[in-house]
Ligand binder design. Structure first.
Ligand code: NDP
Length: 424
């Protein structure tokens, strides 16, 4: 019996909220809040007749910590689930600290304005020291570790699929399948087809920033020292045959969980992340990038300030509307190479999810589903005390077993392959 404040009511949050309402024994009360309360209320009205969870709604602009603090003080939740955008992570963490409440999110912090000189100074230093230039990284949220520890509060970072389940798979493999893991390849395949020439499966601004950034992976030199290797965007391509999906092209991307896994999986030598893209998506993205449509820098247009990527977002299909038209499956998981009982071993742990099945169950496509279900399961772990560790932690730092059990129960069972084809 607990009370959760859920910030965000978009594609991912809608799935998480619907799943919370099927687990009223844990989520006895929820408050859904975003800037546009009418969206939260619309969803609440749809859900109230069929759930024991008591649902209230609120308007909040989570860009400012004081707004979130005010709402927390009124609602008194046991946990704040941040399923808004990564831009709000720090403001919501500040509010949780001020009010003494546990925190969770689905993506690590990045600023909305990457031209802010204060942020830029820290960013430039990190690029130089660490060697990867993505706009998002864990340093901002890891800086809260001591504060959360001292306050006796748990902050769970990145409880979606990847990041999120991908890290639980690593923890599971280490706990049950390996003595040491040397190599991890995280493969994210979306074999779904929505029929549009170009659309993004989750928030376009966040998605396009991630995909257009240079790729990078974790590697180890001859002296055993781990380091980042950065490559131009989309310059490493592989073909892979995915179970239940078939053959797809996939590209090496920078991805946030590589950063925490490199610290938390002892002895790991190489970690890479690959995502599948169709040619049409890549052609459109390149063209939009070339003409400046992915820029976050405001330009003057007919007397008004317009941010090109925000304008583009307004033109693109709403990711939440892709559900009815998307057919096909996703296949997301990790291939491990390491040793068990002194012998070399490989192992592939993954989930396959069907877009139309997700739509039939919850009215959402599989990308929102595969992110929203782990968000709800992660929240459930914190609220039931199974994942209770003061400080700021990523998913692989917790016991994977109860989380993976919950994932299976709420719609994301895993599959195993003990002789997988490896990625060269
Ligand atoms: P959407 O754009 O669909 O929804 C975002 C929601 O956040 C909206 O309800 C919006 O409502 C709310 N919001 C935005 N700004 C604010 C604000 N200032 N204050 C309060 N609420 C705000 O995004 P998605 O659902 O696609 O993505 C949600 C999160 O999930 C993102 O952080 C994304 O990066 C992450 N994600 C993680 C994945 C993973 O595997 N880990 C995969 C996919 C996504 P309103 O406009 O009313 O404020």
């Amino acid at each position: 019996m607990a009370r959760a404040l859920i910030i965000g009511c978009g594609a991912v949050a809608t799935v998480a909220i619907k799943k919370c309402c099927t687990a009223s024994e844990v989520f006895s009360e929820i408050c859904i809040a975003s800037r546009h309360r009418e969206n939260c209320e619309k969803l609440a009205q749809e859900l109230r007749p069929n759930t024991k969870t008591v649902i209230t709604t609120a308007a909040v602009d989570a860009d400012k910590a004081e707004n979130v603090s005010k709402l927390i003080k009124e609602y008194k939740p046991d946990l704040v689930m941040n399923i808004a955008l990564p831009y709000q992570d720090l403001a919501i963490m500040d509010a949780c600290l001020e009010c003494g409440v546990n925190y969770m999110d689905t993506a690590n912090y990045e600023p909305e304005n990457i031209d802010d000189p204060e942020w830029r100074k820290v960013y430039d230093k990190r690029v130089k020291e660490q060697g990867f230039s993505a706009y998002f990284d864990y340093s901002w949220q890891w800086a809260y570790k001591e504060k959360f520890e001292k306050a006796g509060l748990t902050a769970l970072l990145g409880s979606g699929f990847d990041p999120g389940v991908s890290q639980a798979y690593c923890a599971y493999a280490l706990k049950h399948q390996f003595d040491t893991i040397e190599e991890i390849d995280i493969l994210d395949c979306n074999g779904g087809d929505h029929g549009y020439k170009f659309a993004t499966n989750f928030n376009p601004e966040i998605n396009l920033r991630e995909v257009s950034a240079p790729g990078s992976y974790w590697d180890t030199d001859a002296n055993g020292k781990g380091h980042w290797v950065e490559i131009p965007a989309m310059s490493i391509k592989r073909e892979y045959v995915f179970d239940e999906v078939g053959k797809k092209d996939m590209y090496l991307l920078h991805h946030e969980e590589i950063e925490s896994l490199a610290q938390n999986i002892p002895g790991v030598k190489r970690i890479r992340f690959f995502m599948t893209f169709g040619q049409s998506y890549l052609d459109h993205m390149r063209c939009l990038e070339d003409v400046g449509m992915l820029s976050t820098q405001p330009i003057k247009f007919q007397g008004q300030d317009i941010v090109p990527i925000q304008f583009l977002k307004a033109l693109l299909p709403d990711p939440a509307s892709l559900g009815p038209r998307t057919v096909g499956k996703t296949n997301i998981g990790c291939i491990f190479k390491g040793t068990k009982d002194g012998k070399p071993k490989t192992y592939y742990l993954y989930n396959v999810c069907d877009h139309q099945e997700c739509y039939k169950e919850l009215g959402s496509q599989a990308i929102a589903y595969t992110t929203g279900v782990p968000a709800m399961c992660g929240a459930m772990m914190v609220l039931t005390g199974k994942w209770n560790k003061p400080g700021v932690h990523t998913v692989e730092e917790f016991d994977p077993d109860p989380f993976m059990e919950a994932l299976t129960k709420y719609g994301l069972p895993w599959k195993e392959n003990f002789n997988p084809v490896l990625v060269d």
